[in-house]
Design a protein around this ligand. Sequence first.
Ligand code: AMP
Ligand code: ZN
Ligand code: FE
Ligand code: FE
Length: 277
Amino acid sequence: MKFADLHLHTQFSDGTFTPEELVLHAQKGGLACIALTDHDTVEGCPRAAAACAAVSMEFIPGAELTAEYQDTEVHILGYFLDTHNEVLLAKIAKFQTVRQNRIREMVAALNKLGISLKAEAVFELANCQSPGRPHVARTLVKEKLVGSLDEAFERFLKKGRPAWVPKAKMSALESIQLIHQAGGMAVMAHPGLNRTDEIIPDLVAAGMDGIECFHTKHSTSTSERYLEIADKHHLLVTGGSDCHGYSKGRPLIGTVRLPYEHVQQLAAARQKLLAAQ
Ligand code: AMP
Ligand code: ZN
Ligand code: FE
Ligand code: FE
């Protein structure tokens, strides 16, 4: 049996592994195929592709787009993206700027609370175009302003906490179109986390191709529920660990193992899309 992990982050967003380290861990985990899905960027894909090619592992270039539908945040995974697509690159560049400005706003809110953090320190630690709350949390820990990442989120960064800043997002319908015009397949990420079941039919009508049934934070019964929903709406089934690096001492990559037949179905559906374009 061959297995894949189709939800992974690197240092190009808020993961802690380089693309090369990620591929090394994928190899150790015995994976036949991985997809890189950094938040709102495809910058890590060329390096991950090269590292995969060197060990004869299959690679799918992807991204996890932060989107919203009717005021609900929803993450849309794009697979088999053309990472040189100009429309895609222009759009995600805009949202990277949104992310960078949001870091400044979060730091300003922390400063108001008497926490002496500088935005530049966060940017230096993040060292990427697509920074997020985890980078603020890590900088707070590094500068000993909080004791742990959990404390940073609990006290300051979680939704509703004093340094939480909402993020402007593209509409989910727009994200699906953006992925399609870049030759990719659009898949709803971790539906069990966002409680977005009621919007699935609308997104299916808008052309969404699949849902991520298997995810680190989905229980067995949650995964089964989404397999039924996928079946009902004739959606592709995907899955991945959502690895951001080490978690409780071990890399999450490979802990969710998607049977390879789902990768074949995803690839076949993508060929159909290309033929129709
Ligand atoms: P952002 O995109 O900047 O809103 O940050 C979202 C990311 O922060 C998620 O992908 C998670 O990796 C991380 N995150 C969100 N909530 C928490 C939390 N309570 N504790 C630790 N990490 C979190
Ligand atoms: Zn993340
Ligand atoms: Fe996500
Ligand atoms: Fe993710």
